[in-house]
Design a protein around this ligand. Structure first.
Ligand code: CU
Length: 487
């Protein structure tokens, strides 16, 4: 249950000063995070009051999670096995932290699959609690979608099947077990799930060693480097991890790179820019390539969202250091331009064709709000109930959903994520979407008082799926509902 006290804290900017004092004590511990009061902006629930810096920043190289190898491949199918288990990993330098992992890795192994090629993944659960695996953004049959109560019990295995009949995109997978998803993801159950389309090779975007997935999240550590999870703890998760490491560096060649950003935080929104304010090209959002590249100098990701950019490090002399800055956290990653390199990649003016919008046959409205008198997070006034179908949808029909964030009083941000489908944004607050939101999406920011209009075609699979706020401490506290796709 989310406490009313936590939400009340959101309105109290005085809390920021108290937090700085707390981490000043932590700074005295040496290798543990120290306070950086300069980042003490506090503008509401979900935005952290301060951010911890590592004692020796930019001393650890950013790892790239290894790509999972199939145990077998036939005709049009690849078979994988994964075990979910506890592991001790080094996150803060010189310490060990117990985390929950897929295959012992933090973040988990990367699945790199091809569009239209079936991936069959046998998950075994070696934890002492149920899990449910969800591929975020996947067009997945209901039986493999990780419905919150369709769990994988301790000591058991089950098969998840992913047809991958969808656009190439940067997806990710994470736990979705009922009421436990927030803690499970916080403790490490997340990884990349990248769908490639060989037909995109002709675009000549950067590939291979120049195509880098970057998973950002925040975390809260105790003095002994253990992770502390408390529900709705938006203020104390003040260490930013980049592919599982705090403030790492990453060596790059002086050439173009494709960077795929995933925000795997439970509550934190990142607003990123390169430290020199360089213009970069946004090439993709949640559902894959945009129609064409969009020049940007900053980009935001609410939890679960993805943005892909191409950066030309060839614009910087060899020897340069280029920081990735977050608006609240400050520098989170340093790129070291350490060598020259040939570069035949490019960013073409046309990247993809965004599918046409079919005529919608149904309109629905959803309001997300927090009830301060009960401490419940709600959709249309109700908490999630796995036994209740909230929305019944005829298969392969197209609907327009209007999603409103009713939490203006406490200024609580939310976002919105339906399973099974990806959508288009028709409007934000009555205005056409910005170019970066005009492609294919599956997760959308809905700030306090904001309204977004979305359009999706619900298919091809039948069965039950959830839609929810992806600030997953909120969804774990009830801000989730159930849709059933029927013939
Ligand atoms: Cu929310």
């Amino acid at each position: 249950m989310v406490s009313r006290r936590n939400v009340m804290k959101a309105g109290a900017t005085a809390g920021a000063a108290a937090l700085v004092t707390t981490t000043a004590a932590a700074a005295a511990r040496g290798s543990t995070p120290s306070a950086t009061p300069a980042h003490g902006t506090h503008t509401g629930h979900g935005k952290t009051a301060h951010v911890a810096a590592v004692a020796a920043p930019f001393a650890v190289r950013m790892p790239i999670p290894p790509v999972q190898k199939p145990i077998a491949s036939v005709a049009n199918t690849d078979f994988y096995v994964v075990s979910t288990r506890k592991a001790q990993v080094e996150i803060l330098p010189g310490t060990r932290t117990e985390v929950l992992t897929y295959d012992g890795l933090f973040p988990g192994p990367t699945f790199r699959v091809k569009t239209g090629r079936l991936a069959v993944i046998a998950h075994s659960n070696h934890l002492d609690m149920p899990t449910a695996v969800h591929v975020h953004g996947g067009h997945t049959p209901s039986s493999s979608d990780g419905f919150p109560t369709d769990v994988l019990d301790p000591g058991k295995s089950r098969i998840y099947s992913y047809p991958n009949k969808q656009r190439a995109a940067t997806l990710w997978y994470h736990d979705h077990a009922h009421h436990m998803e927030a803690e499970h993801v916080f403790r490490g159950l997340a990884g990349f799930f990248l769908i490639d389309d060989p037909a995109q090779a002709e675009l000549r975007l950067p590939t291979g060693n120049y195509d880098i997935p970057i998973m950002l999240r925040d975390a809260r550590f105790a003095d002994d480097a253990s992770l502390i999870f408390e529900h709705d703890d938006f203020q104390f998760r003040n260490t930013i991890l980049v592919n599982g490491k705090p403030q790492p560096y990453f060596p790059v060649a002086a050439r173009k790179y494709r960077l795929r950003f995933v925000n795997a935080s439970n509550l934190r929104t990142f607003t990123l820019r390169l430290g020199n304010d360089a213009e970069v090209a946004q090439i993709a959002s949640d559902g894959g390539l945009l129609a064409g590249p969009t020049p940007i100098r900053s980009w935001s990701l609410t939890p679960g969202e993805r943005v892909e950019i191409v950066v030309d490090f060839g614009a910087f002399p060899v020897g340069s250091q280029v920081f990735l800055d977050d608006a609240v956290a400050g520098p989170v990653l340093r790129f070291d331009v350490n060598r020259a390199a040939a570069d035949t990649s490019r960013v073409p003016d046309r990247l993809s064709t965004i599918p046409a919008l079919p005529a919608a046959t149904k309109e629905r409205a959803f309001t997300l709000n927090f009830n301060p008198s009960t401490g419940q997070f709600l959709i249309n006034g109700q908490q999630f109930d796995a036994e209740r179908v909230d929305t019944e949808i005829k298969r392969n029909t197209t609907e327009v959903w209007t999603v409103t964030n009713g939490d203006t009083l406490f200024g609580i941000p939310h976002n919105f994520h339906p399973h099974l489908v990806q959508f288009r944004v028709l409007a934000r607050n009555g205005q056409p979407p910005a170019p970066g939101e005009a492609g294919v999406k599956d997760t959308i920011s809905v700030g306090p008082g904001e309204t977004v209009r979305l359009q999706a075609t619900f298919g091809p699979y039948l069965g039950r799926y959830v839609y929810h706020c992806h600030m997953i401490d909120h969804s774990a506290s009830g801000m989730m509902a159930q849709m059933k796709i029927v013939p």
